[in-house]
Design a protein around this ligand. Structure first.
Ligand SMILES: [Zn+2]
Length: 419
């Protein structure tokens, strides 16, 4: 077991490490926790960071003036994250959970948007393990979905986010790759009418599946206004939010405040893809991490930061949770961060503290460790740590038929394969 002193020697910042949780719930800790991490029992580690939202502008405040944003310093946080990740002995992947560069980059035109994205993408891709990037609203304030999919390698059935992909899209922008290590990519892909989509699965270890969702499957961002998905999202939003400023929740109460333009909806083909992966994970006896930019549970975030159809996705996850060792949902978007354990479903939800809110000398990144009996979120400085113990999954029936695509209209009923 590594001592806390050894762990701290990796970085010049405070390190938070969670204590072990009970057998029935997850536990989280703030920066004062001091229990160690058993490096010997780590099967694999995945680096995490969110909302770097870089822009070469002075510090500023959020729209509602509740948060101080450090637009330039977030680059230093990303660099520090890579240095720390590269010292982790079991690192197999790193993930940025969306909003890599701030929308204000677009004030300098496409050139500035691309330059900022290149800088941050290449910074994070200096990780010794493959780096994966997720879609956030700020991605689409800078780029359309098609160019984003090319940039980040989304929509491929084999490997996403590799140096090869990136060099192909931007041949003059990047130095050679540091390490050509590629983790196996699970290619169970849903049929979709779009040539590009931003959801994908990563399997960094046989015991762990990470399902990266596209929170903006249906949204008013990133697509031309005659695109059928834009038209559908526009109708949904206009019906519920009558404000001139569609980013304002004024007049909306409770969870209805989520009906703003910077959120989105996960559509049926993606839900079918998600369910197929959940079933496959249950069959393989895996733990599952759901990674989505927009949070899925009102208990973990502000109501204004919720996915439009969060209830539908939660219902599906709850349905499959008893058949899996663990389901952990991680998000960005709501910069202050948060953690919530849903007793009823047994699902742990966590919003990662934004790198953007780190003043100089402060940090927010970490890793998720897979152990044989738990998932452990190890946060550095402002990032909250948590321990999520595994439960014994219920067995699937041997004669289980495929559930794919049959579920999105009946997500509150038991999985078809289990009836
Ligand atoms: Zn966001």
């Amino acid at each position: 077991m590594a001592s806390i002193t050894e762990l701290k020697s990796d970085v010049s910042v405070p390190l938070t490490v969670a204590s072990s949780g009970s057998s029935s719930s997850s536990s989280s800790s703030s920066s004062n926790s001091s229990n160690g991490v058993d490096h010997c029992s780590i099967l694999t580690s995945v680096g995490i960071i969110s909302d770097v939202q870089y822009c070469d502008i002075p510090n500023g405040q959020s729209y509602d003036k509740t948060e101080e944003r450090y637009y330039r310093n977030s680059l230093e946080v990303a660099r520090s994250a890579v240095t720390w990740w590269n010292k982790q002995p079991h690192l197999s992947a790193v993930i940025h959970l969306g909003d890599l560069v701030d929308g204000r980059n677009n004030r300098g035109g496409p050139q500035q948007s691309h330059a900022a994205a290149n800088l941050l993408q290449s910074t994070i891709m200096a990780s010794k393990a493959p780096a994966y990037f997720m879609i956030g609203n700020h991605e689409m304030y800078n780029h359309d979905r098609v160019s984003l999919c090319k940039r980040f390698g989304w929509g491929r059935s084999s490997v996403v986010g590799t140096w090869a992909d990136l060099k192909l899209a931007h041949p003059d922008s990047f130095p050679p790759p540091p390490t050509p290590t590629i983790i196996p990519h699970d290619d169970l892909v849903a049929s979709t009418e779009e040539p590009y989509y931003a959801y994908f699965a990563i399997q960094p270890h046989p015991g762990l599946k990470i399902l990266v969702l596209d929170s903006y499957d249906l949204s008013v961002l990133g697509r031309p206004i005659d695109h059928p998905k834009y038209v559908q999202a526009r109708e949904m939003l206009n019906e519920r939010n009558k404000n001139e400023d569609e980013n304002s929740p004024e007049g909306l109460d409770g969870v209805n405040r989520r009906w703003v333009a910077f959120n989105g909806w996960i559509d049926k083909p993606q839900l079918a893809w998600l369910e197929a992966h959940l079933e496959q994970a249950a069959k393989k006896g895996q733990a599952v991490i759901i990674a989505a930019h927009i949070p899925l549970h009102p208990g973990v975030c502000s109501e204004i930061a919720l996915l439009w159809n969060y209830d539908e996705v939660l219902s599906m996850l709850s349905k499959w949770r008893p058949f899996l060792k663990a389901v952990v949902c991680i998000h960005g978007h709501d910069h202050k961060g948060g953690t919530y354990y849903d007793e009823e479903s047994g699902i742990h939800h966590q919003v990662l503290e934004a790198a953007l809110l780190c003043a100089p000398g402060r940090f927010a990144y970490g890793r998720i460790d897979l152990h044989h009996d738990r998932l452990q979120i190890v946060g550095v400085d402002r990032m909250t740590s948590a321990t999520i113990p595994f439960t014994s999954p219920k067995p699937l029936t041997a004669s289980a038929p495929s559930t794919v695509a049959s579920s999105s209209s009946s997500s509150s009923s038991p999985p078809p394969s289990l009836r």
